[in-house]
Design a protein around this ligand. Structure first.
Ligand code: HPA
Length: 236
């Protein structure tokens, strides 16, 4: 304490529940827009982390960076060295089917991946890992209370954003049933599993590979508040 990547000196600077967007500026946006009594606890590599209160309940928000190696490092340190119990990834994803429309919210029931992360980290051989059912149940309840519709589906966690063969997503959809692609959930879910912690992943559709629709970065900021509001209800 501190760790190689997080400068908080004490465990109590970070709440038991941490929301993790990929982008540091989105972490700042959430802290600025939704939290009160905010204190910044991390700035190493500009991976911004904040703790504050939401409706009087404590919660933290910290960026994960992009990709499984990056969220793998930050989530491991939060769980293992700062006694964080719950991490909710809140990110964007690319839809693999027209069933998931731009700005729709998806709760990842589980993540399928061809990544070696779980095998290398802990000898885990399967290519699919679940989010924590208990957190998912809570998120479903909060989404219902807020009147925000949500898909509950399998997603693809990919190591590659730019594939040489763009069409490969069709097979991943048909064979494994992944409705959308992102790049972090599989390693987050694995870390939670091996450390006896809890993890969930909420996504907002930012583009669709099948219909070729996409959002601008400004549009995203606003539309993503639905997902943020669901996740913020995890504050305790
Ligand atoms: N691929 C991977 N990750 C993503 C995408 C995508 O198309 N869109 C948003 N996150």
């Amino acid at each position: 304490m501190p760790t190689p990547h997080i400068e908080a000196k004490n465990k109590n600077e970070i709440a038991k529940t941490v929301l993790m967007p990929g982008d540091p500026l989105r972490a700042k946006f959430i802290a600025d827009t939704f939290l009160e009594d905010v204190k910044q606890f991390n700035g190493v590599r500009n991976v911004l982390g904040y703790t504050g209160t939401y409706k009087g309940r404590r919660i933290s928000v910290m960026a994960s960076g992009m990709g499984m190696p990056s969220i793998g490092i930050y989530s491991y340190e939060l769980y293992k060295f700062y006694d964080v119990e719950n991490i909710i990834r809140i990110g964007s994803c690319g839809g693999y089917t027209p069933d998931v429309k731009l700005y729709d919210v998806i709760l990842a029931k589980d993540a399928w991946s061809e990544s070696s992360y779980a095998k290398v980290q802990g000898g885990y051989e399967s290519d699919t890992i679940e989010g924590t059912p208990e957190l998912n149940q809570r998120l479903v309840k909060y989404a219902n209370e807020l009147g925000i519709p949500m898909h509950i589906e399998r997603i693809h966690s990919s190591d590659v954003f730019y594939r040489q063969n763009f069409e490969e997503y069709k097979e991943i959809y048909n064979k494994y049933g992944c409705v959308a692609v992102e790049m972090e959930a599989f390693s987050l879910f694995h870390n939670a599993k091996v450390l006896g912690k809890k993890a969930a992943c909420l996504l907002t559709v930012s583009d669709n590979l099948e219909t070729k629709e996409e959002t601008t970065s400004e549009e995203r900021q606003n539309a993503f508040t639905n997902m943020m509001k669901i996740a913020l209800e995890m504050a305790e």
